[in-house]
Ligand binder design. Structure first.
Ligand code: ARG
Length: 585
């Protein structure tokens, strides 16, 4: 809540160009917070750091907010807030998230999940699904209009082979059921047949090739089989989405196939306008700024020498559609980091063609690999890709074992629900809490741990508060409140902030809105994880230091209301991460 004020002060003291300087704000033992901005700034403006700090303080508008301002050490700015101001803000905190001013709201297209038909969704897809779904929720909570796009891989040469195999084994055969239960096995079977018949003139491979021609040529019967095959894959995707509680539905699917009819025209246009040219028989663009190791301009192939279109062509049609038809002013690609070069070349070409105007921001939200304990891409023991459903089931089973041991008095049904919330929550939190562009090692023990920056730790803090409120008989009163309705009204007790632990907790609560805005700006959900983790920690020290159930009268009321506000923030925050808050844990 002070960051914008500090930035305004920096701008007025040194000029607008310095406003963006991100001040680091952290709790301090000498004041409520310590701001570290002057040191970095001092270098740029050529002043001694303490002098730069003094200029910022002079320009800072803290009327009625601070009781103390002090420059310490090499140029830190220490601020002590007015207790009444903290209390006023806290009691006015609306339980719902604060919407953005409408003028700032954006129309954002978010491409995420985007798995491939007849293939297993791998842990990389899991992560783009989880990170994408969280970003979508945060943006929506802040007032953006979000258009989800699931760019599934449902087109291209392998479909001849897949269709042919499916027809041969029979659409209703047990092997065909693999399409839903074990898509990789299905794919492998088709592939094996294809490879084995490669040299056989009227064998499977030849039929598969003719099938592609029929599919792309619009043969009605082939097209109908393809549609049924894709429908089977959707069943598989939806089973995973439902296990994970992901907000994607069939309505959000806009697969590669949906752009097919535009590709020829698109290539023609780029060629006519001189943006694409033939190189080694293929039609290519050479977007500025991309050079290979040899220093030669790098091509983005948009029509192969055999006349076929590729991934780049579809993505050009896609980006054009997202801006032109969907009216996006921000386009996010929540896609694996290895595709960065591809996406940057697509964006650069689209900019050159005028399909992606400067007013539209396009971002590749790079998703880092998920690794096994050996530091390589996560594989099963046999070396095959991990079956995602089995992995998720294992997470739930492991959580179940912990809950069975810890809470035997809960009913079977309650334990089953909690196990699912905790197991799935742990996997999602692990995906979200590490910077989305960094790799991490998939480790059940670590993600399910009840201590540290984990899903279960944050969920446990929330469940613990529920149990405190339940004991005090006020759970209904506080959790029954509607989103968006101020709980500073008649139902909630007034919070007074007295003890240092209360103060630290209160100040952190006040950073919630700013944290969400930061996630919206940086597209980094791990910031919300860190916020919630710290909130849970600050709650724990508050609860250690300030008796709640054993205190009396207005102090008890105030502390219960503070607990309730923490619970609300924890469960709202988890919800924005796509994680459920257990009733009991
Ligand atoms: N289907 C692709 C894959 O599995 C991801 C698609 C990402 N989105 C896009 N517009 N290229 O790698």
């Amino acid at each position: 809540m002070v960051v914008p004020r500090v930035q305004a002060a920096i701008a007025s003291a040194f000029g607008e160009e310095y406003r963006g300087t991100d001040p680091v704000v952290r709790p301090s033992q000498f004041a409520d917070i310590q701001i570290n901005a002057a040191m970095a700034l001092a270098k740029k403006v050529g002043l001694p750091p303490r002098d730069a700090a003094a200029r910022i303080v002079e320009a800072l508008d803290l009327d009625g907010i601070c009781t103390g301002t002090e420059i310490s050490g090499p140029g830190f700015i220490n601020l002590t807030f007015d207790g009444t101001w903290i209390e006023e803000l806290l009691n006015a905190e609306s339980p719902g998230t604060r919407p953005l001013p409408a003028a700032e709201a954006q129309r954002v297209v978010v491409d995420y999940s985007s798995p491939n038909v007849a293939k297993e969704m791998h842990v990389g897809h899991l992560r783009t699904t989880v990170v994408g779904d969280s970003l979508v929720k945060v943006l929506e909570a802040l007032g953006d209009t979000v258009i989800r796009q699931n760019h599934i891989g449902d087109w291209g040469t392998p479909f001849g082979m897949l269709i042919e195999h499916w027809l041969e084994i029979g659409e209703d055969s047990p092997e065909a059921a693999l399409l839903v239960d074990d898509p990789n096995a299905f794919y492998q079977a088709a592939r094996a047949k294809f490879d084995a018949s490669a040299t056989d003139e009227d064998g499977f491979a030849t039929r598969a090739r003719l099938r592609v021609v029929a599919l792309q040529g619009g043969d009605a019967e082939t097209f109908a089989v393809w549609q049924r095959l894709v429908a089977q894959s959707k069943r598989y995707f939806n089973a995973i989405y439902s296990m994970l509680g992901i907000s994607l539905t069939d309505d959000h699917i806009a697969g590669e196939s949906s752009y097919d009819e535009h590709l020829a025209q698109l290539c023609q246009e780029l060629e006519d306008r001189g943006i694409a040219r033939i190189s080694d028989g293929a039609l290519c663009t050479f977007p500025a700024g991309f050079t290979g190791r040899d220093g030669e301009p790098m091509p983005l192939i948009i029509r192969k020498s055999d006349g076929g279109y590729g991934y780049g062509t579809t993505d050009l049609a896609t980006i054009r559609y997202r801006v032109r038809e969907l009216g996006a002013n921000r386009v996010l690609y929540v896609v694996g980091a290895p595709q960065n070069m591809h996406l940057r070349m697509v964006m650069a070409t689209a900019r050159e063609a005028g399909w992606l105007p400067d007013t539209v921001e396009a971002v590749h939200v790079q998703i880092g690999n998920v690794l096994g304990e050996d530091g390589k891409i996560l594989k099963s023991r046999s070396g095959a890709p991990v079956k995602l459903m089995a992995l998720l089931e294992e997470a739930v089973d492991r959580a179940r074992a912990v809950i069975d041991a810890g809470r035997p008095e809960l009913s079977e049904a309650e334990r089953a629900v909690t196990a699912r919330q905790v197991g799935i929550g742990a996997v999602k939190y692990a995906d979200l809490s590490t910077g989305h562009d960094t790799e991490y090692v998939f480790d059940f023990d670590r993600m399910l741990a009840l201590s540290g920056n984990t899903g279960p730790y944050v969920q446990y803090a929330a469940a613990r508060i529920r149990s405190i409120l339940r004991k005090a008989g006020v759970l209904e009163r506080y959790t029954g409140l509607e989103f968006g309705v101020s709980d500073g009204g008649s139902t909630a007790a007034v919070i007074s902030v007295v003890e240092p632990a209360e103060r630290a907790l209160a100040l952190h609560l006040l950073e919630y809105g700013a944290t969400l805005h930061k996630v919206r700006e940086t597209l980094e959900p791990h910031r919300l994880c860190t916020y919630l983790f710290e909130l849970a920690q600050l709650f724990t020290s508050f609860y250690d230091q300030c008796p709640v159930l054993k205190s009396e009268d207005s102090v008890r009321e105030s502390r219960l209301a503070l607990c309730a506000l923490v619970l609300r923030r924890l469960s709202e925050g988890l919800d924005l991460l796509g994680i459920e808050t257990p009733e009991n844990m």
